[in-house]
Design a protein around this ligand. Structure first.
Ligand SMILES: [Fe+2]
Length: 217
């Protein structure tokens, strides 16, 4: 998605406004998450990289995949900020109030292959989200084009496992607590109701293209 982007990293624009969700996420909840927490990660990452010319041409995937390139004094901070940027790019694009697009046939087939039915998939996704208190739940694509649900605790990513996230749900309390308090279930159901298949289908197709390219090389 943002594979060609490098320092200075920019805040990705969403295809909806912060007031776009009437019955799901209110302005205050979404604004704190997007304008403060996610933007804070972008600012922090750029600050950490401003004196690191060797890292500046690298994409976020390359930085997170090649931890050995990071200087020890900043390593943990770069991984945390970089992961925050990486994961929130997926999360904010995974939902949209304009979600008119249906799941694509190819992604539908991949999900059915793993979970038998879409209903089973959504149930598993909900269950994983309900179990997660401090991290993210992703639908990822592996190097065979197969998809499965993957939970990531804390600010880590699936990059080092060569798993490409195509759909993400943020289960840190900062994503929902202001509106939903402890009602995680309502928040998760909202995330699923508003899945942005324009984005998710596209990400899956991009993964499949990347796999084909890799096999040819
Ligand atoms: Fe978040």
């Amino acid at each position: 998605m943002y594979i060609d982007k490098h320092y200075p990293f920019e805040i990705v624009k969403m295809d909806y406004s912060l007031t776009g969700f009437d019955d799901f996420l209110d302005f205050a909840t979404l604004s704190i998450h997007y304008n403060q927490i996610y933007s804070g990660f972008v600012e922090e990452l750029n600050n950490l990289l401003k004196d690191e010319p060797s890292l500046q041409p690298l994409s976020l995937d390359e930085i997170l995949f090649n931890e050995h390139l990071l200087n020890d004094a900043k390593k943990n901070k770069i991984i945390t900020a970089g992961s925050g940027v990486y994961n929130h790019q997926i999360v904010f694009n995974s939902i949209s109030p304009k979600n008119k697009t249906l799941i694509s046939n190819s992604l539908n087939d991949a999900i059915i292959k793993k979970y038998q039915t879409l209903t089973c998939f959504y149930q598993e996704l909900k269950d994983e989200c309900m179990k997660m208190d401090y991290g993210f739940v992703f639908l990822v694509c592996d190097q065979n084009g197969d998809v499965f649900i993957k939970s990531i605790l804390g600010n880590n990513t699936t990059v080092k496992e060569n798993l490409c996230p195509i759909l993400g749900i943020d289960m840190f309390e900062h994503a929902y607590f202001l509106k939903y308090k402890n009602n995680k279930k309502a928040y998760v159901e909202g995330c699923i109701k508003y899945i942005n298949f324009d984005f998710v289908n596209h990400e899956y197709e991009e993964c499949l293209k990347a796999i084909k390219k890799l096999k040819r090389s």
